[in-house]
Design a protein around this ligand. Sequence first.
Ligand code: GUN
Length: 297
Amino acid sequence: MQNNYILLDGKIVSEHLKKSFSERISKLKRKGILPGLAVILIGDDPASQVYVRNKERDFIKLGLNSRVFKFDKKAKKEDILSLIDHLNKNDEYHGILVQLPLPEGIDEFEIVSAISPDKDADGLHPYNIGTMTTGRECPFPCTPHGILKILEFYNIDPAGKHVAIVGRSNIVGKPLAILLMQKRNMGNATVTVCHSRTENLKEITRTADILVAAIGKPEFIKREHIKDGVVIIDVGINRVEDKLSNKGYRLTGDVDFNDVLDKVSAITPVPGGVGLMTRTMLIHNTLYLAEKKAGLI
Ligand code: GUN
């Protein structure tokens, strides 16, 4: 059975946003400023390596400055903190990002907190999380902000709607809940955050007008989790074994796409949905930080 659903295409929304980026970049360049991002990659997680390469490619394509600093997974905390301190003081970089997750034994809170809040390209510094929570402008975490941009582009206003978020991570679930509940454009939603200890998950998700899956479990959300006409945002990017693929794996989301398709009114694909938006909002944040430093905003 097929229904007329809308594919929420991250590529189209990204291209739309990038048009406004070109103007912002020209304005900065006219002031002699080349926006720059420093990315710190620690360890050898294959997915992180792909993400970092893609981010670098995005920046180069827009004529921006981007450099990746790599550390071995056994790197000393002092060496990482010393690089962050150096980058905080270096005017070439307007944004700094530490790719997550970090290898075991390295304290994420301590590392992210060392980044100057004025250079926090990910919007994950505790100061900025607090600023966002109190409803003020600051760099917002890229994935939640990207999700709001997808909804806005397709005129899906969460105001007054029940949004169920499955997943309570610091980089997606928690900040997305905060943004959606704010008294602001693309906010005003009634938000429920579900997680691995939620007892009546299906009963909750079945009442959601918008369902966000951010749990990191391949194809976890099935048709029995949703009501007819739901909007689904799939944040998951999971590698699952696929002997038929050249790479030996394929990418799939946290939602069983084919299982839910005839019940949804709109859905993001994986790949080609939220992942692209995360990358795009990272560019936005870097420009925002450069504009703020230059006194343009
Ligand atoms: N790993 C997965 N998503 C992200 C992200 O948005 N930022 C960082 N720093 N690491 C990630």
